[in-house]
Write a protein that binds this ligand. Sequence first.
Ligand code: FES
Length: 130
Amino acid sequence: MTGPTHLDATGSAPVSTGALPVPPDGTEAVPTVLGPADQVPIGEGRAFAVGGEQIAVFHLRDGTFRARSAVCTHRGGPIADGTIDQRVVMCPLHQNVFELDTGCSTTGAPPLKSYTVHVNGVQNIVLQFT
Ligand code: FES
């Protein structure tokens, strides 16, 4: 089954939101449309399942987005439900803190995996999934 399609940042090429294409060498980033940007309110995060991984997308107060692993490296807590400010997210389970720009922890936990994310010309969130 194929999911709905959306236009890319140029507004011209369709991008599938269904099954992920598999990169030939397994390392190339694949743009994946996650849907409308307004589904993630400013100052909050939402979790998305992409390619078998859980990814937390955060909408910062300056309007930018960040994407990190949604599974806390400490004991698997739900990072997307954490409290954020402009710089960090705090896991709701044991309050480890992670930098939103790097995924690195300021409290000694292993880093969260980082992904590149942006909003395209038709206001959809686009994740570069590797
Ligand atoms: S599970 Fe996130 S801080 Fe413990």
